[in-house]
Design a protein around this ligand. Structure first.
Ligand code: C5P
Length: 400
């Protein structure tokens, strides 16, 4: 069974008797891991209530194009952009005609014009309507524009006729939708990423930390989710928005980060440690604010656990990727770190260059793994993240 993890499916329901099967279709799509939003035409609402599809999809159902309150929530352009796939089931003869003419006379047809996402149609109509020359021409037009059809199936129809025109069954439609996405390089993989700094408390108001912005880890999480992975981000305190489709778990200290990672590590295929974990923490957290007094004072610090090395040395450890930020002898230190921590891959970057690394939007890295290396030229962190994800996909598939 092909899955739909992390995919945004916009389900359009038009007005045919098969609309009752849309409820089961929503359930099937969710079961395969998709996020589902539903648009219903006026006709569809004669056959099934929005409440049913709202309850099953977990999101309010969209019905009106010209509704100021609905447009304030998620308007037609946002819906069109949100979708990874526009699935129309059932697609009636009238809806197919309006799509082929490029009409935009209700919310569903307008979104169909406005979306860059692929379109999958599950036609449902009387067998004579399906065989009619007008429908045949309309379907050919839509196919020529890239639409994909699933069904219709042949058999007995609600009207008593026998022939082609029945909407395909929901499991067949959900499978066809999932097949359209089968090319993500991390399809079905479970990825855990650490990001940002950690904060190590000294007393109720003070902490030790560093300048990590979390940008690289967040870019990796977006890239992994885009590549089809079920992605969890264990994030120290940062000033960034949680990425879409990524399960984000906020933590503060290194010890909290370690606990979250250990809880997740056995259930993941790939572990990417991008966090700038504080190497030390105060030996004791004072219960009360430390008062100033003497001209000199000292702090006793203890080593924090190495989260990445701990995960990499677990029995049946996931494919482990670390980062090495160095100011000199970059590749030698990175190779040594890869061996010492027992990693499968390491991403080395030269932090002596202020244009890349901490806080900046760009990066330039060399990726090392057991069998080779690749230098990634300076680019935005999103581009670098996608290239790293490609390399991880290739090397982890060869390794495990
Ligand atoms: O040893 P160093 O801090 O240079 O190693 C960097 C790599 O190890 C990074 O991938 C970082 O996320 C990870 N790390 C960790 N836990 C630590 C220290 C580093 O996971 N306590």
């Amino acid at each position: 069974m092909a899955h739909l993890f992390n995919r945004n499916i916009l389900l359009g329901v038009s007005g045919g008797i098969a609309a009752y099967k849309s409820a089961e279709l929503v359930r099937q799509l969710r079961e395969r891991g998709a996020w589902v939003r539903v648009i219903m035409t006026r006709g569809a609402r004669e056959f099934i209530t929005p409440l049913t599809l709202q309850a099953l999809s977990g999101n309010p159902v969209h019905t009106e194009l010209l509704d100021a309150t609905a447009e304030q929530g998620m308007g037609h352009i946002e819906l069109a952009r949100w979708a990874d796939l526009l699935l129309i089931a059932p697609a009636t003869a009238d809806l197919i005609a309006r799509l082929s003419a490029g009409r935009a006379d209700d919310l569903l047809t307008t979104v169909a014009l406005a979306t860059p996402a692929p379109v999958l149609l599950a036609p449902a109509m009387n067998q004579q309507m399906w065989r009619d020359a007008a429908t045949t021409a309309n379907v050919a037009t839509l196919r020529a524009r890239g639409a994909v059809l699933v069904g219709p199936a042949a058999g007995e129809q609600a009207c008593g006729d026998v022939g082609p025109g029945r909407m395909e069954e929901p499991p067949v439609i959900a499978e066809a939708a999932a097949r359209l996405f089968a090319s993500g390089v991390l399809d079905g993989k479970r990825v855990v990423i650490t990001a940002g700094p950690t904060r190590e408390a000294l007393d109720p108001v003070r902490y030790l930390s560093n300048h990590s912005s979390g940008k690289m880890g967040y870019a990796l999480a977006r890239a992994a989710a885009e590549a089809g992975a079920r992605t969890t981000l264990v994030s120290g305190p940062v000033d960034l928005q949680a990425p879409d489709r990524v399960h984000t778990l906020p933590v503060t200290s290194a010890q909290q980060m370690l606990q979250q990672c250990l809880a997740l590590a056995r259930e993941c295929d790939i572990f990417i440690a991008c966090a700038a974990v504080a190497d030390y923490r105060p030996a004791q957290i004072q219960q009360r604010k430390i008062k100033k007094g003497a001209q000199q004072t000292s702090l006793q610090l203890v080593r924090n656990p190495d989260i990445l090395a701990t995960v990499a040395n677990l029995e049946n450890s996931p494919f482990c990727v670390g980062f090495a930020a160095e100011t000199n002898d970059l590749l030698a230190y990175a190779r040594d770190k890869m061996q010492r921590k027992n990693l499968d891959m390491i991403v080395a970057n030269d932090v002596s260059d202020p244009a890349v690394g901490f806080g900046s939007d760009d990066n330039e890295v060399t990726v090392l793994w057991r069998g080779g290396e690749a230098a990634l030229a300076r680019a935005g962190k999103n581009t670098i993240a996608r290239q790293i994800v490609e390399l991880i996909a290739r090397c982890s598939a060869a390794d495990h």
